[in-house]
Design a protein around this ligand. Sequence first.
Ligand code: PHB
Length: 395
Amino acid sequence: MTHPVNVQRRHLILGGAAAATASLVPMRSFAADPVKVGLIVPMSGPFASTGKQIAAAVSLYQKKYGDTVAGRKVEVILKDDGGVAPDMTKRIAQELVTRDGVQILAGFGLTPLAFAASPVATQAKTPMVVMAAATSVIVKRSPYIVRTGFTLPQVTAPMADWATKNNIKSAITFVADYGPGIDAEKVFVKQFTAGGGSIMHSIRTPLLNPDYAPFLKRVKDSKPEALFVFVPSGEGASLIKQFNERGLAAEGIRLICTGDVLDDDLMVSIGEVSKGIVSSHHYSAAHPSPENKEYVASFARDNNGMRPNFHSVGGYDGMHLIYEALKKTNGDANGDKILAAMKGASWTSVRGPMTIDAETRDVIQDIYIRKSEEVDGQMWNVEFDKIAQFKDPGV
Ligand code: PHB
């Protein structure tokens, strides 16, 4: 809380004259200042869709619930970190805290960027709401981190279980070669083999500018029953296109994946080639709750028809968590008080019921098994099974 210090300092500067009239001057409470939230997301570069989705969700939240909570205006300072340079994200986080005086950091589109900012949160005792980055270990990088998105182990373990229960006996794993991909690979291999399946190969592809062709050739030649894929949101369209063009589907290889690959933002452009693909995730824009129907409609209305994806929901719920914490602290934005108010919070999200684990600060939520189907002329991930209130199983 910086304001009482400022008030004190002003009294000192004004000296005796101010002191003489002090009883006549009402003390300004911190309520007069806005609470500043520094939102750091990629709004440009290869992962710009993540930033656009989160920024759109954050403004939708403030449009719907107002920009004032517990008597304090919530001012969001949006910063584009470009999505690929951890040093840049760290510098922006430092500037937001020291120069702009933000009391809460939020966003973080990719794991390396969340890692880079985590020491800033710790040093400044500033809550850091991770809305997108999904490597399991992130919450352990700072006691000030709270996650409102998901973790890769959390969505991958149910996919592996589904595969073995549905008689898939052999698989190849195919992941982007960095934190979340490695989490997904480890968990899929562990869970699939525990269920009796066998892994033929584990393939890792570069995160930036991947050329999938040589890897897909190797998969085609090996003829597994299934190919399990994780690539980060935004990259699934080209992978699915190549999977079909290179004849893997025709060869009878079944594509299964986390919902990152069938990102709702991309479903319309991926189109019919996704038909029948089974995936697992914590959010689908087709989730049939009244809250979600309203969310999808208002998101589309405000964003030229754009469909909200899972990152948008991490952003929307991140704002909800910030608002609810401020209500509990009566508008006090002290980092430790906000953090304490966030721990254990539970609510009905547009994704379904969710809780912030009071011990780990990670998200507990339902994970859905979905199938890509055509509904009213467009492809949607239609949920058909659910693993209720599933915690991150770790790697
Ligand atoms: C991550 O870098 O943690 C990340 C990014 C995009 C995803 C999932 C995980 O879709």
